[in-house]
Design a protein around this ligand. Structure first.
Ligand SMILES: [Zn+2]
Length: 68
């Protein structure tokens, strides 16, 4: 009787391991785009289009915001 119980436990463990392995792993290939906020007009824009200043990020150079 004990052998049957052990067999059931082993099958359950194998089943759980197989299920956890087959879980689809989400892999993000797209590089994450960092969004920064303009300190003057609160516009959110990608870091590649933003300008860094001593006070933070701005949507345009010399703080001449496009949205003001
Ligand atoms: Zn701005």
């Amino acid at each position: 009787m004990w052998q049957l119980l052990i067999l059931v436990v082993v099958i359950a463990l194998v089943y759980l391991m197989a299920r956890s392995k087959s879980k689809p792993t989400k892999k993000i290939d797209v590089p994450e785009i960092v969004i920064v906020k303009c300190q003057s007009c609160d516009l959110n824009l990608p870091i590649s289009e933003a300008f860094k200043n001593d006070d933070g990020w701005f949507c345009s150079e010399n703080r001449e915001c496009q949205n003001l």
